[in-house]
Design a protein around this ligand. Structure first.
Ligand code: AMP
Ligand code: MG
Length: 316
């Protein structure tokens, strides 16, 4: 079979994964590039295909929250979070058990675990007797994929099969949290917001960079090929006067000379809708041939924290 074939054959996907292959899978957040998380050779293929730095550990996907205990120590607070938010866009960083290979955790003593909610990911995991390591199915540092076609465009020649589960419903990567001494530290913002987590324990938000405690939380990420600036739209338009610009607006398209393409994330100002549209809109703007992409900061609340985080890093 040709690399990068798109289809809906779950049995084929399962067989390829059993043989140590790479299969792109739909999840509710973004498409993942999956391999057997317990097979170091298979896992290495993920790093190679994405050109991902070896120090950046992978998220391990399991079918059910109660399977987490096979691969990690699950303290009480983590169990309560899992009961409330799994399946769903929450990743728990926990102390790993020896059976999880170093290749998967990039040598860390911890492992990141998640239960994806997408029905196809669920079905696939139920066919397998091993968990799936699956980072986003994009070249390292580029905009994440939210359709099977996005995966084919970027990694078509590198994956054995692309399982098509339609458009991702959340559209932005999972919230990654470390659970330490009864506290929750958000390593990456996502659809599970600080307010939702604060019902369970005190919450702190890690800043991007080497000191963050999350090796993959790099200051620069999610970047289109076209240079991107992020902030207040009026200021950005003023600064880029005389250039051909592509605009990523939150709820209203600005009218100004020089705007050759514009995407509105949510005309009703709904942050969920904005998150769902974010990466596809960025990809279309990247293809517009503009001198710069100008991305408007969205309200810094709820899912807006995660959207601004991605845009801030796309601009770095
Ligand atoms: P990706 O799957 O490409 O969206 O990235 C996964 C994210 O989870 C990255 O930011 C990783 O650094 C983070 N992550 C995965 N495993 C761990 C871990 N053991 N400790 C801390 N962060 C982790
Ligand atoms: Mg990623």
């Amino acid at each position: 079979m040709q690399k990068g074939t798109i289809g809906k054959d779950l049995n084929l996907a399962a067989e390829l994964l059993r043989r140590g292959g790479l299969v792109a899978i739909p999840t509710e957040t973004v498409y993942g590039l999956a391999a057997n998380a317990l097979n170091p050779d298979a896992v290495l293929k993920i790093f190679e295909a994405k050109n991902r730095p070896r120090f950046n550990p992978l998220i391990v996907h399991v079918a059910k929250a109660n399977e987490m205990a096979q691969y990690a120590e699950v303290p009480k607070l983590a169990r309560r979070l899992a009961e409330r938010f799994c399946p769903g866009p929450l990743t728990l960083v926990l102390r790993k058990k020896p059976m999880v290979p170093d290749a998967t955790t990039a040598g860390n003593p911890t492992v990141a675990l998640r239960v994806p909610a997408h029905p196809m990911a669920q079905k696939l995991l139920s066919l397998l007797d091993f968990p799936l390591a699956a980072p986003s199915a994009n070249p390292s540092g580029y905009v994440s994929p939210v359709t099977a076609e996005h995966v084919a465009e970027n990694l078509g020649d590198k994956v054995d099969y692309i399982l098509d589960g339609g458009r991702c419903q959340v559209g932005i990567e999972s919230t990654v949290v470390a659970v330490e001494d009864g506290n929750i530290r958000i390593l990456r913002a996502g659809a599970i917001t600080p307010e939702m987590l604060a019902e369970f324990a005190p919450v702190t938000l890690a800043r991007a960079g080497a000191e963050s405690g999350s090796p993959g939380l790099l200051p620069s990420h999610y970047a289109p090929k076209t240079k991107l600036s992020w902030g207040k739209l009026e200021t950005l338009l003023e600064k880029h006067r005389g250039q051909n610009v592509a605009v990523l607006a939150f709820c209203k398209a600005p009218q100004k000379a020089g705007i050759i393409a514009c995407e509105v994330l949510s005309s009703s100002g709904d942050l969920r809708e904005a998150a769902r549209n974010l990466f596809a809109a960025l990809r279309r703007l990247d293809a517009a041939g503009a001198d710069a992409i100008l991305a408007e900061a969205v309200p810094e609340e709820g899912l807006g924290i995660a959207i601004n985080d991605r845009l801030r890093r796309a601009a770095t």
